[in-house]
Design a protein around this ligand. Structure first.
Ligand code: AMP
Ligand code: MG
Length: 397
């Protein structure tokens, strides 16, 4: 039985970074940038107003100072009048600051008197003004290679003139649920049957990781049928995720069938809970994960091993899983024969705290639904005081 850290090393050691492709900007979301993109312009491209108000010369300002309004400039227009001593220009947020002015006084701090404006206070030079190039200069790096493209990054790439970008290819993931007892969600389970939660859940997990998913349905615990579906997964996928059939039961045929089809096992059984029987193998470049069938085990196995593999393949230099220490919300006692990854809730009371759920069970998807994190608990008997920092993995939306 292998430790979690060694298992992760093995997986990441086998996950090769995929080649790059050029994609249109809206489709690049969630992918990892394979080029560094620099700005083609200064940002902002001109010195601009940050408030609706009046562009003035700070030296002319003061309580009750009266200035002559000589012009008005809205966003998208270019000012034509120089603001001279005693002048002001009505200006809107985002509009270029007229020459001569060095500050903006907000509208609410002025009173309009005919063609003049009276200021209620003095403004300092630079107030409510964003100078040209303050955020970024032309030629500055805007988004570096290796950045995972969030919506914010997409917005920034558009701001620097990109309509397409070079990113690493998305891995092709095949998902196969195994088990004689499984029926798909459209069916009402008969005696001894349960609905297949893992298939759709793993599909969603892989999609969330920005992979392309092929769903292969359910394989019964019948060697021939299982072999046919496994062969299909191995042919099409770069990452093949199977659920169920990897424990020590009589009909747990997955390890054997994988072996028959040329998959080399690298580990089978990891010292963790839930999900000990987890299997990892490869056939050439294809990564194969046999996740235990209990849905929470499948989920934890995906988050600890499959997602990091996908991220590495997509070019992410920090594939995770990223555990950060979060203080326990209350005293917590547990007894585990293995290191445990427990669904937990985050609380924001006096700072961020984490509270492991007491409904923990590896089939309890409903309990997992209320979790927004997994906490790592050591093996053995632990009695932890409130405030003790615990390694915590935030679960995404
Ligand atoms: P296994 O890993 O095949 O031994 O399955 C362990 C437990 O998980 C059994 O109770 C199965 O019925 C259940 N299980 C297996 N696959 C699924 C699935 N796709 N959806 C929901 N439960 C499953
Ligand atoms: Mg089974």
């Amino acid at each position: 039985m292998i430790e979690v850290a060694a298992a992760l090393d093995t997986v990441l050691g086998r996950a090769a970074v995929l080649p790059t492709e050029s994609v249109l900007l809206p489709q690049a979301h969630g992918r990892v940038l394979a080029e560094s993109v620099s700005s083609d312009i200064d940002s902002p491209p001109y010195t601009k107003a940050l408030m609706d108000g009046y562009a003035v010369r700070a030296a002319d300002s003061g309580p009750n100072a009266s200035l002559t309004v000589i012009a008005e400039v809205t966003a998208g227009r270019v000012p034509t009048q120089v603001v001279g001593p005693g002048d002001a220009t009505r200006i809107m947020t985002g509009a270029p600051l007229p020459e001569g002015a060095d500050a903006v006084i907000p509208h609410e701090e002025t009173d309009s008197v005919g063609i003049s404006v009276r200021l209620r206070r003095a403004v300092a030079a630079g107030e409510f003004v964003l100078p040209r190039g303050r955020e970024m200069r032309a030629g500055d790096a805007a988004v570096e290679a290796g950045t995972r493209l969030t919506p914010q990054a997409i917005g920034l790439l558009a701001a620097v003139g990109r309509t397409s970008v070079r990113v690493h290819r998305a891995p092709r993931v095949a998902v196969l649920a195994t088990g004689d007892e499984l029926v798909e969600a459209v069916e009402r389970p008969g005696p001894g049957q349960i609905r297949n939660s893992n298939g759709p859940m793993l599909w969603a997990l892989a999609s969330r990781a920005s992979a392309t998913v092929e769903y292969l349905g359910i394989a019964p615990d019948v060697r021939e049928t299982l072999r046919r579906l496994v062969a299909r997964g191995l042919e099409s996928a770069e990452v093949f995720v199977l659920a169920g059939g990897v424990s020590a039961g009589k009909l747990d045929l997955v390890p054997e069938v994988l072996g028959e089809l040329g998959v080399t096992p690298h580990f089978h059984k990891v010292r963790l809970k839930p999900g000990k029987p987890l299997l990892f193998g490869t056939r050439q470049q294809t990564l194969v994960f046999g996740l235990p069938g209990n849905p929470v085990s499948s989920f934890v196995g995906f988050e600890l091993f499959v997602r990091p593999a996908l991220r590495k393949m997509m070019g992410d230099p920090i594939p995770g899983p990223r555990f950060v220490p979060v203080a326990l919300a209350g005293p917590f006692a547990s007894r585990n024969d293995r290191p445990t990854y427990a669904p937990a809730r985050l609380e924001l009371a006096a700072g961020l705290r984490v509270r492991p759920g007491d409904w923990f069970g590896s089939a309890d998807l409903r309990g997992l639904l209320n979790a927004d994190a997994l906490v790592s608990l050591p093996a053995g008997t632990v009695e932890l005081p409130a405030g003790e920092p615990l390694p915590t993995l935030f679960l995404g939306p």
